[in-house]
Design a protein around this ligand. Structure first.
Ligand SMILES: [Zn+2]
Length: 85
């Protein structure tokens, strides 16, 4: 399966946005896998998902444009990539 990436932004918790792989367990809401269909049906006032991005660089480039957000890589699914930065 082709790797895809998502960005999770939550402005209630912390001023950060986190990049995840689409298959990451953290890229779930409850037990519901985040999909574009899910995004349409679950608008939220506290957080937002952006995606999908086909490459990590694309996700990072996009994330850098989100105002007032400290972009992080997920310590779970992107731990290898995180260590390389
Ligand atoms: Zn993750």
């Amino acid at each position: 399966m082709e790797k895809r990436f998502l960005i999770y932004e939550n402005w209630r918790a912390e001023n950060k946005a986190v990049v995840h792989k689409s298959e990451c367990g953290h890229a779930n809401e409850g037990h519901t896998k985040i999909t574009n269909q899910w995004l349409r049906e679950n608008p939220s006032s506290n957080d937002r998902w952006f995606g999908y991005f086909s490459t990590l660089n694309e996700a990072i480039s996009f994330g850098a444009l989100i105002p007032n957000r400290n972009l992080k890589l997920c310590g779970h699914c992107l731990i290898n990539e995180k260590n390389e930065l």
